[in-house]
Design a protein around this ligand. Structure first.
Ligand SMILES: Cc1ncc(COP(=O)(O)O)c(C=O)c1O
Length: 388
Protein backbone atom coordinates (compact mmCIF):
# COMPACT_ATOMS: atom_id res chain seq x y z
CA UNK A 1 0.00 0.00 0.00
CA UNK A 2 1.32 3.47 -0.93
CA UNK A 3 0.96 5.73 2.11
CA UNK A 4 1.73 8.97 0.30
CA UNK A 5 2.88 9.91 -3.15
CA UNK A 6 6.66 10.21 -3.32
CA UNK A 7 8.17 13.61 -2.54
CA UNK A 8 8.86 15.73 -5.63
CA UNK A 9 12.49 15.41 -6.67
CA UNK A 10 12.99 19.11 -5.85
CA UNK A 11 12.50 18.29 -2.14
CA UNK A 12 15.99 18.44 -0.60
CA UNK A 13 17.26 15.07 0.48
CA UNK A 14 17.95 14.55 4.19
CA UNK A 15 20.96 12.27 4.21
CA UNK A 16 21.61 9.90 7.04
CA UNK A 17 24.86 11.62 7.80
CA UNK A 18 26.93 14.56 6.52
CA UNK A 19 30.44 15.67 7.49
CA UNK A 20 30.67 19.48 7.54
CA UNK A 21 33.57 21.75 8.43
CA UNK A 22 32.44 23.63 11.54
CA UNK A 23 35.40 25.72 12.51
CA UNK A 24 38.95 26.24 11.24
CA UNK A 25 39.29 22.95 9.30
CA UNK A 26 39.88 24.53 5.87
CA UNK A 27 42.24 27.20 7.24
CA UNK A 28 44.33 24.49 8.95
CA UNK A 29 44.46 22.34 5.79
CA UNK A 30 45.73 25.34 3.79
CA UNK A 31 48.32 26.04 6.52
CA UNK A 32 49.48 22.42 6.50
CA UNK A 33 50.07 22.63 2.74
CA UNK A 34 51.74 26.03 2.73
CA UNK A 35 54.00 25.17 5.69
CA UNK A 36 54.89 21.72 4.21
CA UNK A 37 53.42 20.13 7.36
CA UNK A 38 51.71 17.30 5.52
CA UNK A 39 53.64 14.23 6.72
CA UNK A 40 53.16 12.02 9.77
CA UNK A 41 55.54 14.20 11.85
CA UNK A 42 53.38 17.28 11.08
CA UNK A 43 52.69 19.76 13.84
CA UNK A 44 49.00 19.14 13.14
CA UNK A 45 49.37 15.46 14.08
CA UNK A 46 51.10 16.52 17.31
CA UNK A 47 48.43 19.15 18.00
CA UNK A 48 45.60 16.58 17.68
CA UNK A 49 47.50 14.10 19.86
CA UNK A 50 48.18 16.74 22.52
CA UNK A 51 44.54 17.83 22.43
CA UNK A 52 43.31 14.25 22.86
CA UNK A 53 45.90 13.37 25.53
CA UNK A 54 44.77 16.34 27.59
CA UNK A 55 41.06 15.64 26.95
CA UNK A 56 41.38 12.02 28.12
CA UNK A 57 44.08 12.70 30.75
CA UNK A 58 45.80 9.74 29.06
CA UNK A 59 49.40 8.57 29.23
CA UNK A 60 49.42 9.25 25.48
CA UNK A 61 47.25 9.23 22.38
CA UNK A 62 48.40 8.18 18.91
CA UNK A 63 46.57 9.27 15.76
CA UNK A 64 46.08 6.27 13.49
CA UNK A 65 44.27 5.71 10.17
CA UNK A 66 41.04 4.34 11.72
CA UNK A 67 39.48 2.75 14.80
CA UNK A 68 40.04 -0.54 12.96
CA UNK A 69 43.79 0.17 13.00
CA UNK A 70 43.62 1.13 16.70
CA UNK A 71 41.84 -2.15 17.50
CA UNK A 72 44.48 -4.09 15.54
CA UNK A 73 47.18 -2.33 17.56
CA UNK A 74 45.33 -3.20 20.78
CA UNK A 75 45.36 -6.89 19.79
CA UNK A 76 49.12 -6.65 19.12
CA UNK A 77 49.80 -4.79 22.37
CA UNK A 78 47.95 -7.47 24.35
CA UNK A 79 50.08 -10.12 22.59
CA UNK A 80 46.95 -12.02 21.64
CA UNK A 81 47.36 -15.30 19.82
CA UNK A 82 45.75 -18.66 19.14
CA UNK A 83 43.97 -20.03 22.22
CA UNK A 84 43.20 -16.58 23.64
CA UNK A 85 39.64 -15.31 24.00
CA UNK A 86 38.32 -11.76 24.06
CA UNK A 87 34.81 -11.14 25.40
CA UNK A 88 32.82 -8.63 23.32
CA UNK A 89 29.24 -8.02 22.17
CA UNK A 90 28.02 -9.65 18.98
CA UNK A 91 26.08 -6.45 18.33
CA UNK A 92 29.00 -4.39 17.00
CA UNK A 93 30.90 -3.43 13.87
CA UNK A 94 33.01 -6.14 12.27
CA UNK A 95 36.33 -4.49 13.20
CA UNK A 96 35.85 -5.13 16.92
CA UNK A 97 36.08 -8.86 16.21
CA UNK A 98 38.25 -8.92 13.11
CA UNK A 99 41.14 -7.14 14.83
CA UNK A 100 41.31 -10.00 17.35
CA UNK A 101 40.80 -12.72 14.72
CA UNK A 102 43.74 -11.31 12.72
CA UNK A 103 46.03 -12.25 15.64
CA UNK A 104 44.52 -15.74 15.86
CA UNK A 105 42.45 -14.97 18.99
CA UNK A 106 38.80 -15.94 19.35
CA UNK A 107 36.04 -13.38 19.90
CA UNK A 108 33.69 -14.67 22.58
CA UNK A 109 30.35 -13.05 21.79
CA UNK A 110 27.91 -12.19 24.58
CA UNK A 111 24.53 -10.51 24.77
CA UNK A 112 23.65 -6.84 25.25
CA UNK A 113 21.22 -4.97 27.50
CA UNK A 114 17.90 -4.14 25.83
CA UNK A 115 17.79 -0.45 26.83
CA UNK A 116 21.20 0.58 25.50
CA UNK A 117 22.42 -2.32 23.30
CA UNK A 118 25.60 -2.17 25.42
CA UNK A 119 27.35 -5.32 26.64
CA UNK A 120 25.63 -7.06 29.57
CA UNK A 121 28.19 -7.26 32.44
CA UNK A 122 26.54 -10.38 33.89
CA UNK A 123 26.85 -12.10 30.51
CA UNK A 124 30.53 -11.11 30.57
CA UNK A 125 30.95 -12.62 34.05
CA UNK A 126 29.39 -15.87 32.85
CA UNK A 127 31.62 -16.05 29.75
CA UNK A 128 35.01 -15.81 31.53
CA UNK A 129 37.15 -18.93 31.06
CA UNK A 130 40.83 -19.71 31.76
CA UNK A 131 41.49 -18.69 28.12
CA UNK A 132 39.98 -15.20 28.48
CA UNK A 133 42.58 -12.45 28.06
CA UNK A 134 40.51 -9.30 27.73
CA UNK A 135 37.08 -7.70 27.99
CA UNK A 136 36.22 -5.41 25.07
CA UNK A 137 33.03 -3.38 25.58
CA UNK A 138 31.65 -1.21 22.75
CA UNK A 139 30.01 2.05 23.79
CA UNK A 140 27.10 1.82 21.41
CA UNK A 141 25.66 5.13 20.19
CA UNK A 142 28.06 7.00 22.47
CA UNK A 143 26.46 5.82 25.72
CA UNK A 144 29.05 4.54 28.19
CA UNK A 145 28.88 0.85 29.13
CA UNK A 146 28.81 -0.26 32.79
CA UNK A 147 32.53 0.32 33.14
CA UNK A 148 32.55 0.12 36.95
CA UNK A 149 31.31 -3.49 36.94
CA UNK A 150 33.44 -4.42 33.91
CA UNK A 151 36.50 -2.98 35.63
CA UNK A 152 35.76 -5.03 38.75
CA UNK A 153 35.41 -8.19 36.66
CA UNK A 154 38.68 -7.49 34.88
CA UNK A 155 40.56 -6.90 38.15
CA UNK A 156 39.04 -9.94 39.89
CA UNK A 157 39.96 -12.26 37.00
CA UNK A 158 43.30 -10.75 36.03
CA UNK A 159 42.03 -9.63 32.61
CA UNK A 160 42.73 -6.47 30.64
CA UNK A 161 39.83 -4.08 30.07
CA UNK A 162 40.09 -2.36 26.67
CA UNK A 163 37.42 -0.15 25.08
CA UNK A 164 35.96 0.16 21.61
CA UNK A 165 35.11 3.85 21.97
CA UNK A 166 34.83 4.31 18.18
CA UNK A 167 31.46 6.05 18.61
CA UNK A 168 32.09 7.70 21.96
CA UNK A 169 34.12 10.91 21.64
CA UNK A 170 32.55 13.57 23.86
CA UNK A 171 30.75 11.05 26.08
CA UNK A 172 31.31 10.53 29.78
CA UNK A 173 30.03 8.28 32.50
CA UNK A 174 29.94 9.24 36.17
CA UNK A 175 31.94 12.35 35.29
CA UNK A 176 34.73 10.31 33.67
CA UNK A 177 35.39 10.42 29.93
CA UNK A 178 34.38 7.26 28.11
CA UNK A 179 37.64 5.89 26.71
CA UNK A 180 39.68 6.57 29.83
CA UNK A 181 38.78 3.49 31.93
CA UNK A 182 40.42 0.73 29.89
CA UNK A 183 44.16 0.16 29.59
CA UNK A 184 43.73 1.04 25.90
CA UNK A 185 40.85 2.40 23.83
CA UNK A 186 40.04 2.96 20.15
CA UNK A 187 38.40 6.09 18.70
CA UNK A 188 37.07 6.60 15.17
CA UNK A 189 37.11 9.79 13.11
CA UNK A 190 35.43 8.21 10.09
CA UNK A 191 33.19 10.68 8.26
CA UNK A 192 30.12 9.13 9.92
CA UNK A 193 31.31 9.89 13.46
CA UNK A 194 30.61 12.98 15.61
CA UNK A 195 34.13 14.25 14.93
CA UNK A 196 35.37 13.25 11.51
CA UNK A 197 38.14 13.70 8.96
CA UNK A 198 37.02 11.23 6.30
CA UNK A 199 39.01 8.29 7.62
CA UNK A 200 40.89 8.49 10.89
CA UNK A 201 41.16 7.15 14.39
CA UNK A 202 43.15 7.23 17.59
CA UNK A 203 44.63 4.80 20.07
CA UNK A 204 44.18 6.06 23.62
CA UNK A 205 46.90 4.67 25.88
CA UNK A 206 45.81 4.97 29.51
CA UNK A 207 48.26 2.43 30.91
CA UNK A 208 51.73 3.93 30.34
CA UNK A 209 53.26 0.42 30.18
CA UNK A 210 51.95 0.18 26.59
CA UNK A 211 53.08 3.56 25.30
CA UNK A 212 56.60 2.92 24.02
CA UNK A 213 55.59 -0.24 22.19
CA UNK A 214 52.51 1.47 20.71
CA UNK A 215 54.85 3.94 18.98
CA UNK A 216 56.97 1.10 17.60
CA UNK A 217 53.92 -0.71 16.21
CA UNK A 218 52.75 2.48 14.53
CA UNK A 219 56.22 3.13 13.11
CA UNK A 220 56.15 -0.15 11.12
CA UNK A 221 57.89 -2.06 13.92
CA UNK A 222 60.87 0.28 14.17
CA UNK A 223 62.43 2.31 16.99
CA UNK A 224 62.04 5.48 14.92
CA UNK A 225 60.65 7.56 17.82
CA UNK A 226 63.47 6.57 20.19
CA UNK A 227 66.03 7.21 17.44
CA UNK A 228 64.67 10.69 16.66
CA UNK A 229 64.51 11.44 20.40
CA UNK A 230 68.19 10.48 20.75
CA UNK A 231 67.64 7.47 23.03
CA UNK A 232 68.56 4.89 20.34
CA UNK A 233 71.69 5.14 18.21
CA UNK A 234 70.32 3.14 15.27
CA UNK A 235 67.04 3.29 13.42
CA UNK A 236 66.07 -0.33 12.96
CA UNK A 237 63.49 -3.12 12.98
CA UNK A 238 62.62 -4.01 16.60
CA UNK A 239 59.06 -5.41 16.67
CA UNK A 240 56.05 -6.37 14.61
CA UNK A 241 54.13 -3.39 13.30
CA UNK A 242 52.56 -1.76 10.30
CA UNK A 243 51.96 1.58 8.66
CA UNK A 244 49.62 3.00 11.27
CA UNK A 245 50.52 6.71 10.94
CA UNK A 246 48.41 9.50 9.43
CA UNK A 247 49.08 12.47 7.21
CA UNK A 248 49.30 16.04 8.47
CA UNK A 249 46.51 16.97 6.03
CA UNK A 250 44.08 14.62 7.72
CA UNK A 251 45.17 15.88 11.13
CA UNK A 252 44.75 19.52 10.07
CA UNK A 253 41.10 18.90 9.21
CA UNK A 254 40.62 16.88 12.38
CA UNK A 255 42.05 19.61 14.62
CA UNK A 256 39.38 22.02 13.38
CA UNK A 257 36.72 19.47 14.30
CA UNK A 258 38.18 18.63 17.73
CA UNK A 259 38.18 22.31 18.67
CA UNK A 260 34.39 22.30 18.15
CA UNK A 261 33.72 19.15 20.20
CA UNK A 262 31.67 20.76 23.00
CA UNK A 263 29.57 22.78 20.59
CA UNK A 264 28.82 19.90 18.25
CA UNK A 265 28.05 17.49 21.09
CA UNK A 266 25.57 20.01 22.52
CA UNK A 267 23.91 20.38 19.12
CA UNK A 268 23.65 16.60 18.64
CA UNK A 269 22.18 16.20 22.10
CA UNK A 270 19.56 18.84 21.30
CA UNK A 271 18.57 16.93 18.13
CA UNK A 272 18.47 13.64 20.07
CA UNK A 273 16.28 15.24 22.76
CA UNK A 274 13.96 16.66 20.07
CA UNK A 275 13.49 13.17 18.58
CA UNK A 276 12.95 11.62 22.03
CA UNK A 277 10.27 14.16 22.98
CA UNK A 278 8.55 13.92 19.60
CA UNK A 279 8.32 10.12 19.65
CA UNK A 280 7.23 9.71 23.27
CA UNK A 281 3.59 9.43 22.19
CA UNK A 282 4.52 6.62 19.78
CA UNK A 283 6.20 4.78 22.63
CA UNK A 284 3.18 5.38 24.89
CA UNK A 285 0.97 3.80 22.20
CA UNK A 286 3.31 0.81 21.91
CA UNK A 287 4.24 1.62 18.29
CA UNK A 288 7.99 2.01 18.98
CA UNK A 289 10.42 1.60 21.85
CA UNK A 290 12.89 4.40 22.54
CA UNK A 291 16.48 4.01 23.78
CA UNK A 292 17.36 4.45 27.45
CA UNK A 293 20.23 6.58 28.71
CA UNK A 294 21.15 6.03 32.37
CA UNK A 295 21.28 9.29 34.40
CA UNK A 296 24.95 8.47 35.11
CA UNK A 297 25.77 8.82 31.39
CA UNK A 298 26.48 12.06 29.57
CA UNK A 299 26.03 10.55 26.15
CA UNK A 300 27.28 12.17 22.94
CA UNK A 301 24.16 11.55 20.82
CA UNK A 302 26.16 9.71 18.21
CA UNK A 303 23.13 7.74 17.04
CA UNK A 304 19.40 8.13 17.42
CA UNK A 305 17.83 4.67 17.28
CA UNK A 306 14.50 3.16 18.14
CA UNK A 307 12.90 -0.26 17.91
CA UNK A 308 10.01 -1.07 15.63
CA UNK A 309 7.60 -3.93 16.32
CA UNK A 310 8.96 -6.16 13.55
CA UNK A 311 11.64 -6.32 10.85
CA UNK A 312 8.92 -6.06 8.23
CA UNK A 313 7.60 -2.83 9.75
CA UNK A 314 11.15 -1.47 9.90
CA UNK A 315 11.67 -2.17 6.19
CA UNK A 316 8.37 -0.47 5.35
CA UNK A 317 9.29 2.60 7.37
CA UNK A 318 12.72 2.83 5.69
CA UNK A 319 11.04 2.63 2.26
CA UNK A 320 8.41 5.19 3.27
CA UNK A 321 11.05 7.64 4.50
CA UNK A 322 13.08 7.08 1.31
CA UNK A 323 10.00 8.04 -0.72
CA UNK A 324 10.08 11.34 1.19
CA UNK A 325 13.81 11.72 0.45
CA UNK A 326 14.84 10.91 4.03
CA UNK A 327 17.58 8.33 4.46
CA UNK A 328 17.17 5.99 7.45
CA UNK A 329 19.33 2.91 8.02
CA UNK A 330 19.77 -0.06 10.31
CA UNK A 331 22.60 -2.18 11.68
CA UNK A 332 24.27 -4.49 12.77
CA UNK A 333 23.90 -8.01 11.47
CA UNK A 334 24.90 -9.73 14.76
CA UNK A 335 28.44 -10.94 14.24
CA UNK A 336 27.82 -14.45 15.57
CA UNK A 337 25.27 -14.96 12.77
CA UNK A 338 27.48 -13.55 10.00
CA UNK A 339 28.92 -15.85 7.31
CA UNK A 340 32.51 -15.58 8.59
CA UNK A 341 31.55 -16.51 12.15
CA UNK A 342 29.41 -19.41 10.98
CA UNK A 343 32.25 -20.76 8.89
CA UNK A 344 35.14 -20.23 11.31
CA UNK A 345 33.97 -19.68 14.89
CA UNK A 346 32.29 -21.84 17.47
CA UNK A 347 28.66 -20.71 17.84
CA UNK A 348 27.90 -19.00 21.17
CA UNK A 349 24.84 -20.05 23.17
CA UNK A 350 21.86 -18.08 21.88
CA UNK A 351 21.97 -14.31 22.43
CA UNK A 352 18.25 -13.57 22.66
CA UNK A 353 18.36 -9.78 23.16
CA UNK A 354 20.78 -9.27 20.26
CA UNK A 355 18.93 -11.69 18.00
CA UNK A 356 15.61 -9.99 18.60
CA UNK A 357 16.51 -6.30 18.73
CA UNK A 358 19.15 -6.06 15.98
CA UNK A 359 16.40 -6.97 13.52
CA UNK A 360 14.01 -4.24 14.70
CA UNK A 361 16.42 -1.35 15.26
CA UNK A 362 16.15 1.73 13.06
CA UNK A 363 18.48 4.71 12.93
CA UNK A 364 17.28 8.18 11.91
CA UNK A 365 19.40 10.95 10.35
CA UNK A 366 21.54 12.82 12.88
CA UNK A 367 24.47 15.04 11.94
CA UNK A 368 26.13 18.10 13.39
CA UNK A 369 24.81 20.55 10.81
CA UNK A 370 21.23 19.21 10.81
CA UNK A 371 18.73 22.06 11.10
CA UNK A 372 15.59 22.03 13.26
CA UNK A 373 13.54 22.14 10.05
CA UNK A 374 15.24 18.96 8.86
CA UNK A 375 14.70 17.27 12.23
CA UNK A 376 11.04 18.29 12.15
CA UNK A 377 10.63 16.93 8.62
CA UNK A 378 11.89 13.55 9.85
CA UNK A 379 9.61 13.66 12.91
CA UNK A 380 6.61 14.58 10.80
CA UNK A 381 7.36 11.79 8.32
CA UNK A 382 7.66 9.14 11.07
CA UNK A 383 4.34 10.26 12.58
CA UNK A 384 2.83 10.21 9.10
CA UNK A 385 3.87 6.58 8.70
CA UNK A 386 2.13 5.50 11.91
CA UNK A 387 -0.94 7.64 11.29
CA UNK A 388 -1.23 6.64 7.60
C1 LIG B 1 31.81 0.12 17.26
C2 LIG B 1 32.76 0.38 16.13
N1 LIG B 1 34.01 -0.12 16.18
C3 LIG B 1 34.89 0.08 15.19
C4 LIG B 1 34.54 0.82 14.07
C5 LIG B 1 35.54 1.01 12.98
O1 LIG B 1 35.85 2.37 12.81
P1 LIG B 1 36.74 2.86 11.58
O2 LIG B 1 35.79 3.05 10.43
O3 LIG B 1 37.33 4.16 12.04
O4 LIG B 1 37.75 1.83 11.33
C6 LIG B 1 33.26 1.36 13.96
C7 LIG B 1 32.86 2.09 12.77
O5 LIG B 1 31.72 2.35 12.48
C8 LIG B 1 32.34 1.13 15.03
O6 LIG B 1 31.10 1.63 14.98
Amino acid sequence: MELVSPAPSATPKIPFNRLEPLGRELEYVVQAISEREVGPASRFVRACEDWLTCHYKAAGVLLVPSATAALEMIAMLLDLGPGDEVIMPSFTFVSTANAMVLRGARPCFVDVLPGTMNIDPEAVAAAITPRTKAILPVHYAGVGCELERLGELARANDLVLVEDAAQAIGASRGGRRVGSAGALAALSFHETKNVGCGEGGALIVNDPAYLERAHMLRDKGTNRKAFLGGSADKYTWVDIGSSFSVSGLTAAFLLGQLEKLDELTARRRAIHARYMAAFQDLEDRGAVRLPRVEPLCDHNAHIFFMFLRSTEERERLIAYLASLRIQAVFHYVPLHTAPFARAHLEAPPSLPVTEDLAHRLLRLPLYNAMTNDEVDRVIHAVHGFFEG
